[in-house]
Design a protein around this ligand. Structure first.
Ligand SMILES: [Zn+2]
Length: 399
């Protein structure tokens, strides 16, 4: 045996040993990478027409601006829907909101995006529309006319209580308030309807979850994440406390993760050089899962994000997912230094939405009628992604 063939023999032997050792590991790999049939069947209970109908129903309350009667009516309606799904009892968090003058302007470089990313390519300007006359629909203009009044605010949530770990939970959220003189159909009717659909599917009597899952419809996101901030301020210290002692009840289970959904429908690509944006969903459209690399929970948030990306491959029917590290400007922000936190969106918030990729953002054109089934299906795929990932993480089973 030459030195070379002996070396090859050793290599072959090493390869064989590695194969034997790797076999069970590989089998395990296959098992965790493949879809769980009962989760597939659960995800199959999500339905495009139901998702669209819930978004459409939310638009009956116009822009649902915080601090108005139309906002309160929307909360009442959402609460009744959650109850009808069996996600009961519903609860409300009450807080006071007084607008404060904006802080000092953050100075950024010309290519620096909010959240830490770098802007590339063509951009179009973004702003919040404050001109009522920019809304040509007189009925909608009148509905959105009463202004926001400072004072008491509420936001609604309900919980699927864990069968084996009622003291631990994942928080699934979206904001129900909007702005800009439209119908806030995408921002954030699309996320609100997604969370409501997950509450419906997971509240079915034949669904059991090991850990608890809370569905929260934040208020006051558009004013500066005030509803999520109020939740963290009021409930953070209550985590994991059995109340009353010995009851087996945990009003605020320990937070395991926070998953936010904000603008789920529109991924039509970068603006053209003339500032126009394509009328059709781009063929490469994807669900953007973001964590914040500058947060104290960056490592665990990143793992959560990758788990969601894998769940997308297993359970989402049409659109893939992409992970990014610049989560920003949404209700997961107040959680990001405390627990693993991610947001799901149509695009990256900083580098893409911030560069004008969504021309309806905070505009009178954010209407149900603006979107078509390719757009709505992107939101549905985000719902499939979150439901699949959550079912695995929380230990959801079908009885
Ligand atoms: Zn939003």
């Amino acid at each position: 045996m030459s030195a070379r063939s002996r070396a090859r023999g050793t290599l072959l032997l090493a390869g064989a040993v590695a194969l034997v050792a790797a076999a069970p590991l590989h089998a395990q790999q296959v098992a965790t990478d493949s879809a769980n049939p009962s989760i597939v069947s659960l995800v199959g209970r999500l339905d495009l027409e139901r998702y669209k109908a819930t978004i459409k129903a939310l638009t009956q309350f116009g822009d649902r601006r915080q601090g108005t009667a139309r906002n309160r009516a929307a909360i009442d309606w959402i609460e009744r829907q959650l109850q009808s799904y069996g996600c009961a009892p519903t609860e409300r968090l009450t807080y006071d909101y007084q607008p404060t003058p904006p802080g000092p302007r953050v100075v950024r470089g010309p290519d620096q995006a909010v959240g830490g990313g770098r802007l590339r390519g063509a951009r179009r300007p973004t702003r919040v529309n404050v001109d009522s006359l920019a809304q040509p629909d007189r009925t909608l203009r009148a509905l959105n006319a009463p202004p926001s009044v400072p004072g008491q605010r509420q936001e609604v949530y309900c919980t699927k209580v864990g069968a084996t770990h009622p003291d631990e939970m994942y928080i699934v959220g979206a904001h129900m308030d909007g702005i800009g003189w439209g119908e806030a159909a995408n921002d954030d009717g699309s996320g609100t309807a997604l969370v409501m659909e997950l509450a419906r599917v997971l509240s079915a009597p034949d669904v059991q979850s090991g850990r608890s899952i809370r569905f929260v419809l934040w208020n006051n996101e558009e004013s500066g994440l005030d509803g999520a901030l109020a939740y963290v301020a009021q409930r953070r210290a209550l985590q994991g406390k059995e109340t009353p002692a010995g009851s087996g009840k945990y009003p605020e289970p320990k937070w395991l993760g926070m998953i936010q959904h904000d603008m789920m429908l529109f991924d039509h690509g970068m603006p053209h050089p003339d500032s126009s944006v394509s009328k059709t969903q781009r063929a490469e459209a994807d669900v953007n899962i973001e964590f914040q690399s500058d947060s104290k929970q960056a490592e665990s948030s990143q793992r959560l994000a990758w788990h969601f990306a894998k769940a997308n491959e297993r359970y989402a029917t049409d659109y893939p997912a992409a992970v990014g590290q610049h989560m920003t400007n949404t209700d997961s922000h107040p959680f990001q230094d405390l627990v693993p936190s991610i947001s799901l969106r149509e695009n990256e918030r900083g580098t893409q939405i911030g560069a004008g990729w969504d021309p309806q953002w905070h505009q009178p054109t954010d209407l149900y009628s603006t979107y078509n089934d390719s757009d709505f299906r992107l939101g549905l795929n985000a719902a499939q992604t979150t439901l699949g990932a959550l079912a695995e993480l929380a230990g959801v089973t079908l009885k």
